[in-house]
Design a protein around this ligand. Structure first.
Ligand code: ADP
Ligand code: MG
Length: 217
């Protein structure tokens, strides 16, 4: 049932895990898919985001740690959740490894800076090693460019570098937009707060690309 589970993972803090996790979960939920968000980061930024306003009060959210995450995922699957989005901590943690064992798609957000790319590459190597060692791994690993400054060459340069290095990237990318921060301040997501805005459109494109990848897993 891993085709229903998406994890956001990278050891680099500030790369956009909680933002993408909350916005994509909010998108699926707004589109009437039975969706749950699992916040596995002890900082609980995604869970707090939902608590900030009323807009997402109907979106199921579970806080989990390494002891509880497996049973929480299994319970949600059992309850018929079609999309389970997991936000993970920005440091090496076993809760992330466990999340990845259940995921059909792992999105690794990367800001267009060489440092972020190196950290993301580390994570990808780690997952590759786990897979080779015979551990269950996620079916699909994709780097996702986030906080891209529109019309800058840096994003395009990083995209080329990453694909030359052999990593798979999502075609969609997330730009640096004030709409994300505003949505977080209101406890909402762009899909609900500015449905026709650029942020909502790029989240929709990302979710639809994720749907296609999950359908193959
Ligand atoms: N696409 C974006 N555009 C503008 N600001 C963003 C974007 N993504 C994240 N941020 C901001 O960057 C900071 C870190 O993002 P966050 O999602 O919390 O990263 P992580 O969970 O990986 O640590 C937050 O203040 C968030 O509002
Ligand atoms: Mg976070």
């Amino acid at each position: 049932m891993r085709e229903r589970v998406v994890a956001l993972a990278t050891m680099k803090g500030g790369s956009g895990k909680s933002t993408v996790a909350t916005c994509i979960a909010g998108y699926w939920w707004a589109k009437k898919r039975k969706t749950a968000l699992i916040d596995a980061d002890p900082q609980k930024s995604a869970a707090r985001w939902l608590e900030t306003g009323e807009a997402l009060s109907g979106l199921r959210c579970e806080v989990a740690n390494e002891k509880s995450i497996s049973s929480k995922i299994e319970a949600l699957l059992e309850e018929g959740y079609e999309r389970i989005v997991i936000d993970t901590p920005g440091f090496r943690a076993s809760v992330t490894d466990i999340a990845l064992e259940h995921a059909g798609l792992c999105l690794i957000p990367v800001r267009p800076s060489p440092v972020d790319f190196e950290v993301a590459a580390d994570k990808v190597d780690l997952i590759d090693k786990l897979r080779k060692a015979g551990a269950e791994g996620p079916v699909a690993l994709r780097l996702l460019l986030t906080q891209v400054v529109r019309n800058s060459v840096v994003g395009r340069h990083m995209r080329n570098e990453m694909s030359h290095a052999g990593y798979k990237l999502m075609k969609s990318e997330i730009c640096h937009r004030v709409g994300y921060t505003e949505a977080a301040l209101m406890g909402s997501v762009p899909t609900l707060s500015q449905p026709r805005g650029a942020a909502a459109l790029e989240i929709a494109a990302l979710a639809q690309e994720a749907d296609k990848i999950l359908a193959r897993s």
